[in-house]
Ligand binder design. Sequence first.
Ligand SMILES: C[S@@+](CC[C@H](N)C(=O)[O-])C[C@H]1O[C@@H](n2cnc3c(N)ncnc32)[C@H](O)[C@@H]1O
Length: 261
Amino acid sequence: MSALDRAQAYDRHTGRYAPGLAAAFVRFAGVAPGMRALDVGCGPGALTGELARVVGAALVGAVDPSEEYVVACRLRVAGADVRLGRAEDLPFEDRSFEAVLAQLVVQILDDAPRAAREMLRVATPGGIVATCVWDFRGGMPLLDAYWAAAKSVDPEGARRAGADDTNPWCMQEGLRRLWREAGLEEIKTDELSASAEYLGFDDAWWSFAAGVSPSGVYCRSLDDERRTALREEFRRRLGASEGPFSLTARAWSVCGRAPGA
Ligand SMILES: C[S@@+](CC[C@H](N)C(=O)[O-])C[C@H]1O[C@@H](n2cnc3c(N)ncnc32)[C@H](O)[C@@H]1O
């Protein structure tokens, strides 16, 4: 798959919500013109683009371990400094950015506390450090319906694929603790929402059937009979009408300041 194909597949999956979420997240964090801003785990660049809109691409850095996403983000946000790397070991100097943000990333990291310390390391004294994650406990209708359907048609397989994963960073209190233990100050949390439009049920199903993200990899691992059962149960739980519909998802967010302003 080319970089742009991969980016477009992500756009049709949960990336569909990313631009709206990025706008709300940047407002919540208080990113303002003149700040140097970093997007950690940038993917194909929804948040990078929003940061560039607010502060100008020349002041924006971005980093992701996926080469395809780095290529896509460079193409989409010309002028931003997009690098290959991991949140746990950021390829940027100490105290380089007035705002360091990560959207929909900490829940998938092997070592989120280390990533939080790294985000603080590259922030200037008094700089903003913020993250947001989906509320996977009833706040993300698309994935809630999908995994509930998977557990109903394939209980064991769905659990092995992560349907019941409970990640402490996907709750407001967990995020607050992550930020406090990393050493951030003036911590605030909030609830953000973002909507996505679908042309119809097939549009919502497409990314799962195409194998996008771990949920799609799980879908592709099923035999035809189970995949059909999953599709029908997902349709039922989503309650999707024949025509276009929209879904609104909730994300938890946390923002703090680097000490020493
Ligand atoms: C759900 S996507 C979010 C992408 C983007 N931030 C957005 O809001 O659309 C998760 C991203 O985290 C990236 N990622 C995975 N492991 C990472 C790591 N160790 N450090 C930084 N990013 C990571 C993935 O490559 C992917 O781009």
